[in-house]
Design a binder for this molecule. Structure first.
Ligand SMILES: NC(=O)c1ccc[n+]([C@@H]2O[C@H](COP(=O)([O-])OP(=O)(O)OC[C@H]3O[C@@H](n4cnc5c(N)ncnc54)[C@H](O)[C@@H]3O)[C@@H](O)[C@H]2O)c1
Length: 441
């Protein structure tokens, strides 16, 4: 069984399903399709599926032209009788999208890339893993490889997904293969993409790991096998907790320097000249995105079940999530210096994406900043070349259409995201008052 699957993988004839076609799943699906694999994308969102089947991408890192190129790729193995009639083709067979899980009957591998958010009490919300696992369990078959990529707590693959899949009557390592491989995609990164970012892989058994390693090795230059799925799950959580803690450290350093009358940026730049033992992190308005503000809580939740309090995670979370308040106080101070109260003043938030040059506003500190400013009676406007509208707390904001006019009419301009397309000298020239959370001015 293992040899059969390996032969299909190495011959690029294995049919691959990617479940969850978001920031992570779509680039992965495209990477496999571009290597000639027949790829089927499955998503519960019919709007996304329809867009993909029209050849339209909604993920910034995958321009529609790349999907369009797949249209003309060589006709492929997803033969018409292998795909249900409701599955439309975008590309003569190398990439198709569907909402219908029954297509899995024809697939050799299924890679799960569904969201793993937190619930209101900031505990893991694994409902998407459960629902995709339940759907998968109905269609899993002998010889299939299943890989979970969604970031989650150590033990999810073994304790949650494996029993669900085994309810089919099939046994892991004997009838099917199961692995965990954390996604490391860095949206907007022009250098590190799917193909050149090393990929960590842990299997439920040695055979599971070998098959998953073989699959990823077809599209990724370096694979890092580890001994188990909990190990692979923990690797991802260490990576993101490392970032969360170090960002919190530098944010707190900024607060301390502020109190001491020292320029934190000069300190960071000078410290960064040390050729070993120091890694540069920069202070800012807080943390955002689907990873750093959320993933560490998956780990601390798991540790709570073992009666252990993950203190670094808790402290880093407190410091980072308090940064929007710190910066709003800076706006209040700056306006005060200019003889104005925040209430009634117009504040222009420049950039609302959680980091530069991307369009993702999930967990962006800009959302908290806008909310805090509005709660204090400010007239808040925003401008972001990547984010045309911003829906938050049942309210939809629209990006200011004329940047120059918006700069000129603001009592205070708050730089929140340092998009490369901004002309900073012009911002400095036009703004009456600036609070710069990114040190671009
Ligand atoms: N975005 C990133 O930068 C990033 C980086 C590394 C890891 N991750 C992790 O990857 C995972 C996915 O993140 P994302 O940013 O791609 O999320 P996303 O919200 O962009 O995409 C997830 C997709 O899954 C779909 N989906 C939800 N339930 C489904 C189901 N039962 N069956 C099929 N499709 C379903 C959604 O409709 C959505 O299109 C998360 O665990 C995240 O933590 C994200």
């Amino acid at each position: 069984m293992k040899e059969q699957l390996l032969t299909k993988i190495e011959g690029h004839s294995a049919v691959i399903a990617v479940i969850g076609l978001g920031y992570v799943g779509l680039p992965l699906a495209v990477a496999f399709a571009e290597r000639g694999f027949p790829v089927v994308g499955i998503d519960v969102d019919a709007t996304k599926v329809a867009a993909l089947n029209r050849g339209e991408s909604y993920v910034q890192d995958i321009p529609s032209e790349r999907l369009a190129r797949l249209h003309v790729a060589r006709p492929h193995v997803v033969a018409s009788d292998a795909v249900p009639t409701n599955v439309q083709r975008v590309n003569l067979g190398t990439f198709t999208a569907t909402t219908d899980y029954s297509v899995l009957a024809q697939c050799d591998a299924a890679i799960i890339c569904v969201p793993t958010p937190l619930n209101k009490t900031r505990d893991p919300d694994v409902r998407y893993i459960i629902s995709s696992g339940e759907s998968l369990a109905q269609h899993i078959h002998r010889g299939m490889l299943v890989v979970l990529e969604s970031t989650t707590y150590p033990g999810t693959t073994e304790e949650l997904l494996r029993p669900m899949l085994q309810q089919s009557g099939l046994r892991v390592g004997e009838d099917f293969f199961l692995a965990f491989s954390p996604e490391r995609i860095n949206p907007g990164d022009p250098i590190y993409v799917v193909e050149n970012t090393p990929k960590v892989v842990g299997g439920e058994t040695a055979a599971c790991r070998d098959v998953a390693v073989a699959l990823y090795a077809q599209i990724i230059q370096r694979i890092v096998p580890v001994s188990s799925t909990p190990t692979a799950e923990m690797v991802k959580l260490l990576e993101n907790t490392f970032r969360a803690v170090n960002i919190a450290l530098v944010n707190e350093t900024a607060i301390m320097c502020d109190k001491l009358g020292i320029d934190v940026w000069e300190v960071v730049e000078a410290a960064a000249t040390k050729p070993y033992g120091f890694m540069k992190f920069t202070p800012g308005p807080g943390v955002g995105g689907h990873c750093i503000p959320l993933d560490p809580y998956y780990l601390s939740w798991k540790l709570k079940t073992l009666n252990y309090n993950a203190r670094f995670i808790q402290l880093a979370g407190e410091i980072n999530s308090d940064m929007p308040r710190y910066w709003v106080n800076k706006v209040i101070d700056a306006l005060n210096e200019a003889g104005k109260p925040l209430k009634g003043s117009r504040v222009l938030v420049l950039g609302v994406a959680y980091k530069k040059d991307i369009d993702d506003v999930r967990e962006s500190p800009a959302l908290d900043i806008i909310e805090l400013l509005q709660a204090k009676g400010a007239d808040v406007r925003y401008h972001d070349p990547h984010v045309a509208t911003l829906s938050h707390n049942n309210h939809t904001h629209v990006s200011e259409p004329d940047l120059d006019a918006a700069l000129a009419s603001a009592d205070c301009v708050m730089v929140v995201t340092d998009h490369s397309s901004y002309d900073w000298p012009s911002v400095r020239q036009q703004a009456r008052l600036v609070v710069d959370t990114r040190h671009v001015l």
